[in-house]
Ligand binder design. Structure first.
Ligand SMILES: NC(=O)CCC(=O)C(=O)O
Length: 297
């Protein structure tokens, strides 16, 4: 079997404290990403909406223009801060997500940018599944009041390591994205995300472990730190799960960085022990990853 993960990789998820000041958020993210890089991380991840508070009323206020790419510094200070930071830290950087405004269509998106260690943009993922839920007495949230959904799956090739998939928060609840990415050869599924106190307690770890178990790949969920003064209280608990669905490392709700060393042997050992990869019956059910799927590498 060809190696999915070509050499060991140290993953870091930065569970960032964020506030209302975008410039302060960007500068704080810089110090934490540099800290992770100084501890040897090769791939660093920031949380969903890492440069702003999370909430529909905030999206237009904090939105930046990313297209045509590359944007100017005035159009997107966050794009340039992330690109400069990846280059300074010499790491791959999944820049959480930011609210995006696309002038041509007048639409807003929840968008994640991934950069290589030279600061080059490798991929853009717009959240495909918008967080619209209503649990009476607990939480009602409708991203679709402001945001439009993205329309493609995102697989990113990190040349010296292999392929990863990037999606955002609520996207984790849709196993199809994860399954297709894994069948296309991703060794790691990354989700910058911000679950809340209701659904976080119910499903955060379960979702991470389920996507890992179904696909026998590594999974990372990166949350903002919890702020009980904010309108939206993030669950925290950034988590890294191994291909056998075991939790390798998990934070509590406070700001911190979680690390794990990923290697190909764990994927191979898991797939050898429980060989669902070779036992699939595509004559009974079609391999949807071979069908009409919108994705970009
Ligand atoms: N930001 C989000 O998409 C939140 C998703 C969430 O909380 C969930 O339960 O799913």
């Amino acid at each position: 079997m060809a190696k999915l993960l070509k050499k060991p990789l140290k993953l870091a998820l930065v569970q960032l404290s964020t506030g209302a000041d975008k410039t302060a958020n960007l500068s704080h993210a810089r110090s934490k990403v540099l800290e992770a890089a100084s501890k040897g991380a090769n791939l660093v991840v920031l949380p969903e909406c890492f440069n702003s508070p999370y909430g529909t009323k905030y999206f237009p206020k904090y939105a930046e223009t990313l297209l045509p790419s590359p944007p100017t510094k005035e159009q997107s200070p966050s794009f340039h801060a992330l690109s400069d930071l990846a280059r300074e830290a010499k790491t791959y950087l999944v820049g959480g997500s930011i609210p995006e405004y696309w002038e041509e269509t007048k639409k807003y998106y929840n968008t994640s940018l991934t950069f290589d260690p030279e600061g080059k943009l490798l991929a853009t993922h717009r959240k495909v599944h918008l967080f619209d839920i209503d649990i009476p007495g607990k939480i009602t949230f409708r991203e679709s009041e402001v945001l439009s959904p993205g329309n493609k799956l995102t697989i990113v090739d990190l040349p010296e390591y292999g392929k990863i998939a990037v999606a955002i928060c609520y996207d984790v609840r849709f196993p199809e994205l994860a399954m297709i990415a894994a069948r296309k050869g991703a060794f790691l599924l990354l989700y910058p995300g911000a679950f809340n106190l209701t659904t976080g307690a119910l499903h955060w770890e379960l979702q991470a472990r389920a996507r890992a178990m179904d696909n026998q790949v590594y999974v990372g969920l990166c949350s903002p730190a919890r702020d009980m003064e904010a309108d939206y209280n993030a669950w925290g608990h950034s988590t890294i799960v191994d291909p056998n669905a075991g939790v390798m490392a998990q934070l509590d709700e406070k700001e911190d960085i979680v690390y794990a060393d990923l290697n190909n042997e764990k994927i191979e050992e898991t797939r050898k022990g429980i060989p669902i990869y070779t036992q699939r019956r595509f004559e009974v059910y079609p391999d949807v990853s071979e069908g009409k799927v919108r994705y970009e590498e």
